[in-house]
Design a protein around this ligand. Structure first.
Ligand code: IMP
Ligand code: MG
Length: 365
């Protein structure tokens, strides 16, 4: 039981805002040609554009031994392409699509029927389902949890996947765990982690049970520190990669995102062009301009070392360059000016951030 030292490094990918920041696509190495990177420690390298490939390939090129989910359940939704084929997952980590062991961690909640649906999909697409393992400590979402969650769906716009009732039973210490389930016995993971590990976040910073707009939150820890529940010490963390879009979106009820935003013409256009619909629920996401204050706070509390800001092309297509900073709306004449402003403010406010990467939408949105 003392194999901790055989862990070489851990990278944690997390959503810096409200989920739906493109974590799945980043995790799967999808990039585009128009990426501009700002090396904050070396101003001369500003605008060097090759870095994203190094970064993504660097991540996957590290030859991860594990890709792990640390929280949540099938309320998450990842859409990405493998060999030009669209893949959607909600529970199983992306590693399996790269022939890497994929672990659903002890602090996750598992809907058995979703799990086996995804296992079947993995098989049908020619990947190896035996790479997928569940911690015996993970909790199981029951039919009763799904029924109770109907109320949360009405009240809070929850996804209705039974997440809150399952975590409630866990905390009440009456839950059912993966190790109690006969059907999961071939998929249980009861060994130690080793080598290089990539932790794949679900949801985002402002959906966190402590840091979100409570009670309009999810019931788990979405901040990168939560990844340590997988069974490694925080000292092993190498990079913490925050993902954000260049505008904000929110799905589910949140008074910070009033429905009146849906009536704003420019914001609606961003939502249309950016195809802002939930992966799991198909619901229209409420769009607002980037709140830079919230991004800075999220990066600082999370300890992010790298930041990926995606979907910059959407603003260019709509021709709107706006963000909130210090509670004021700033309007820019071009994307370049807006990016420079973002880099400048993050550079002066987030001392842990080393790189900011701006990316466009993947080709398939
Ligand atoms: P729950 O996680 O289903 O309890 O939902 C709680 C809140 O988090 C709702 O507002 C959901 O819309 C939101 N939420 C949960 N998972 C995701 C996600 O993966 N992306 C975006 N929003 C999410
Ligand atoms: Mg998602």
């Amino acid at each position: 039981m003392s194999l901790i030292k055989s862990i070489e490094s851990v990278d944690v990918l997390f959503g810096a805002k409200y989920g739906d920041e493109g974590k799945g696509k980043i995790c799967n190495g999808v990039s585009d040609s128009e990426i501009k990177t700002y090396y904050l420690e070396n101003k001369d390298a500003l605008d060097k554009s090759s870095y994203i490939t190094d970064f993504i390939d660097g991540l996957l090129g590290k030859k991860y031994d594990f890709v792990c989910r640390w929280a949540g359940g099938d309320n998450a939704g990842h859409t990405f392409f493998v060999n030009d084929k669209e893949i959607k997952t909600s529970l199983i980590p992306a590693g399996v699509f790269h022939n890497i062991k994929s672990i659903i961690g002890p602090n996750c909640v598992v809907n058995i029927s979703t799990f086996f649906k995804e296992i079947k999909m993995i098989e049908e697409n020619g990947f190896d389902p035996s790479l997928v393992k569940i911690s015996p400590k993970a909790h199981i979402i029951t039919k009763e949890h799904l029924e109770i969650d109907i109320e949360n769906k009405k009240k809070y716009g929850s996804t209705g996947k039974g997440i809150t009732p399952c975590y409630t039973d866990k905390i009440k210490r009456v839950g059912i765990r993966a190790k109690d389930c006969e059907e999961l016995k071939d998929y249980l993971w009861d060994e130690e982690l080793y080598g290089n590990i990539l932790c794949e976040g679900a949801q985002g910073f402002y959906l966190d049970i402590d840091y979100g707009n409570y009670p309009y939150v999810t019931s788990s820890t979405t901040l990168p520190y939560g990844a340590c529940s997988l069974g490694f010490p925080p000292q092993k963390i190498d990079r913490i990669i925050g993902c954000s879009k260049i505008y904000d979106t929110r799905v589910g009820y949140d008074p910070d995102f009033p429905k009146s935003l849906l009536e704003d013409e420019e914001l609606s256009q961003i939502g249309e062009v950016g195809h802002e619909f939930g992966t799991v629920t198909g619901r229209k996401r409420v769009v607002n301009y980037e709140n830079l204050d919230k991004l800075i706070y999220s990066l600082n509390v999370s300890g992010a070392t790298d930041l990926i800001i995606s979907k910059c092309d959407i603003l260019e297509k709509v021709g709107v360059y706006k963000l909130y900073y210090k509670d004021e709306l700033y309007v820019f004449d071009s994307l370049v000016l807006m990016k420079e402003f973002i880099v400048d403010k993050i550079k002066s406010s987030c001392e842990m951030i080393k790189n900011i990467i701006f990316s466009s939408s993947p080709k398939f949105i």
